[in-house]
Design a protein around this ligand. Structure first.
Ligand code: AMP
Ligand code: GLY
Length: 425
């Protein structure tokens, strides 16, 4: 088979690495890819939003399967474009990717179908939102821009002053662009967070092993929200009992609700959960693999991922049993100092060769490119994801931090407390 992966971050590198293990695959392309992906796939210089060019490429190269990584093209309808051209593609159609594309939609869906989540109201008028918040007078309060905002459109406000500034930022100043035309005001929840990624075929759900992200930029969960600074898998807090509850009250009902709404969901449904004192509740849905969750989940998966993709597309996921190694993985993101705000890039990276051919530690490229002389350079806020396996979470964490020492580049920044929660389990 010839497979095309759309995207160019750490998530796509992990997806390409999983596909490369399939005995059924003879050639992998990635658009646009990055310097690390280039070791496993032929990178094609087409952007993720250039649907016509991607479709033409897939037709001309007789691609058998295309896998979409990022949210933007999914929410924009890339799957529909591929399907209209008669191509096989893995991911939700536009009318299902709205589960991630609109928080107002997903909150309403949960309310309508009784899926546990934080209480909320939706507003399209800043003044009404402000009035509601002031009269409710309950802090912290959570403000969410309705649309896609690179995982940064969520503000947790501790008092009225912060909340009023937040409403202005999202709805009036349009800090997140059109994503802030509507806003969700949500009740604040407490508890441990866990990410569960589920393969879906429109009817059936198969859950992958759990993971926990670290969204804040600084140690001790301080600083700004980022795309994710590190992950570990499995989450020791996501017990078998909690899993059973979530299958029954969250994953299967969401699948059924989407089908009932005429929006059958095929692809990866990512459930961001909060394990609150009143039970697990949905923080958010994403319509794709998580980043960096994928960098700890897929290295532990034992199935041929191409078989699973095809079962989803063909609606026979009920025939699939997912299998994950009885081990653990930790991923530490190496970022450019200053991320998620201002940072310099273009620094040469050294030490990458130490990972070549390793089966227990991996370096997934997030923001890298080749310099003119062929050297690998930093090219983004998140630069690399260093993942290591271990028999236990503690062992995986020690291995991952040891592996981060092997890599150097200008402006290298990382959190030093990824997986700290493991010690409390
Ligand atoms: P989201 O993009 O919706 O996952 O939100 C980003 C982060 O904000 C989450 O990972 C949580 O840490 C936090 N968050 C979002 N919604 C809530 C909530 N209702 N209560 C507490 N924290 C929240
Ligand atoms: N790690 C969170 C996300 O992929 O949105």
């Amino acid at each position: 088979m010839k497979v095309l992966v759309v995207g160019g971050g750490g998530r796509e590198h992990a997806i390409v690495a999983a596909i490369a293990k399939s005995s059924r695959v003879s050639k992998i392309y990635c658009a646009p890819g990055n310097a690390g992906i280039a070791e496993l796939a032929e990178c094609v210089p087409i952007g993720v939003m250039e649907f016509d060019k991607l479709v033409d490429f897939a037709k001309n190269e007789a691609i058998d399967l295309t896998v979409i990584g990022p949210d933007d093209p999914l929410v924009g309808g890339i799957v529909d474009a591929f399907e209209e051209a008669g191509l096989r593609v893995f991911g939700p159609r536009k009318n299902a990717a709205i589960l991630e594309g609109s928080k107002a939609f997903s909150k309403e869906l949960m309310k309508k179908y009784g899926i546990p989540t934080a209480g909320y109201e939706t507003f399209s008028d800043a003044e009404e939102a402000s009035l509601y918040i002031r009269l409710q007078n309950k802090y912290p309060v959570v403000l969410k821009a309705d649309g896609l905002a690179l995982g940064k459109g969520v503000l947790i406000c501790n008092n009225e002053e912060e909340a009023m500034a937040g409403v202005k930022e999202i709805m009036l100043d349009k800090h997140f662009g059109k994503a802030g035309d509507k806003m969700v005001v949500e009740e604040f929840m407490t508890g441990r967070e866990v990410s569960v990624l589920c393969f879906c075929d429109g009817t059936n759900v198969r859950c992958m092993t759990s993971a926990q992200d670290h969204k804040r930029a600084g140690d001790g969960d301080t600083g700004l929200n980022t795309g994710g600074m590190g992950t570990f898998s499995p989450s020791p807090f996501y017990t078998e009992e909690i899993h059973k509850y979530c299958v029954r009250h969250i994953y299967e009902p969401t699948m059924a609700a989407m089908a009932k709404e005429g929006r059958p969901f095929t692809g990866v449904m990512f459930c961001g959960l909060m394990l609150t004192p009143e039970g697990p509740k949905v923080l958010e849905y994403n319509a794709r693999f998580g980043d960096p969750e994928t960098q700890v989940v897929l290295p532990r998966m034992e199935n041929d991922i191409v078989d699973v993709f095809e079962a989803c597309i063909d609606g026979r996921l009920d025939e699939v049993t997912l299998s994950f190694a009885d081990n653990a993985a930790v991923c530490v993101v190496l970022a450019s100092d200053g991320y998620p705000q201002k940072y310099e890039k273009g620094f040469p990276i050294s030490g990458l060769e130490a990972f070549r051919g390793c089966a227990d530690k991996f370096v997934f490229h997030a923001g890298t490119k080749f310099g003119e002389d062929g050297a690998v350079l930093t090219n983004g806020g998140r630069v690399l994801g260093v993942t290591a396996l271990g028999a236990t979470l503690k062992e995986a964490r020690a291995n991952a931090y040891a592996a981060t020492e092997m890599i150097s580049f200008g402006n290298k920044y990382m959190r030093h407390d990824i997986g700290k929660a493991i010690d409390e389990a």
